[in-house]
Design a protein around this ligand. Sequence first.
Ligand code: MLT
Length: 245
Amino acid sequence: MKLFVYHTPELTPTDVLPECAIVVDVLRATTTMAKVLASGGEAVQVFSDLDLLKQTSESWAAEKRLRAGERGGAKVPGFDLGNSPLDCIPEKVEGRRLFISTTNGTRALQRVQKAKVLITAAFVNRSTVVQYLMDKQPETVWIVGSGWEGSFSLEDTACAGAIAHSLVQSTGLSADELAGNDEVISAIALYAQWQDNLLGLLHHATHGKRLLGLDGHQDLDYCSQTDILDILPMQQEPGILKSHH
Ligand code: MLT
């Protein structure tokens, strides 16, 4: 297995694709996706365009759908939900499809939509992602941070490091043997520095601060938890993710 970390979707090569792509948006899209599917949601369908989201979801029975829209960290007016994982409790999401559009997470997913396998990761489902990689042993793996509008996000690279760190322990390979690029080494170093205080790291992050300004303390608490959800969101067809068993 060769692992590559990209801090943002824009940094991924455009002429090749990996056997397995892992999209990370700790705050908050991929945490929310894991939570929706863990709470019994039927699927998550992602859109970059809010109008297309509304149009597509119209063809679903109202009791079978939920529309989630986030821009700049805030809920889009008229949508059922914003992008808080805490809203995705079984009572609300069970049996429903979440139609979702977020600022950066959906863009990252679209960038690697054609990879043979596309999964999503956050701290909350890190161990399930690592277990999948250990079972399947894909030859090339990209971890793609969603960043914020094209720039680096501390929390996404730290999560990439959490995955890489655990892979080093599980495979017995050295970081050098596993790493396909230098970003893997730096992601592991970032995670190693913060692994006992991920909430502190989220408080340093620009988007963490943005969410705190929007009363997002509880979201940060939730997103900082590691290995609490045994769920693997996997793309089934372009833009549609379901829980992989
Ligand atoms: C995004 O996709 O940009 C994020 O998930 C933003 C958010 O915190 O809702």
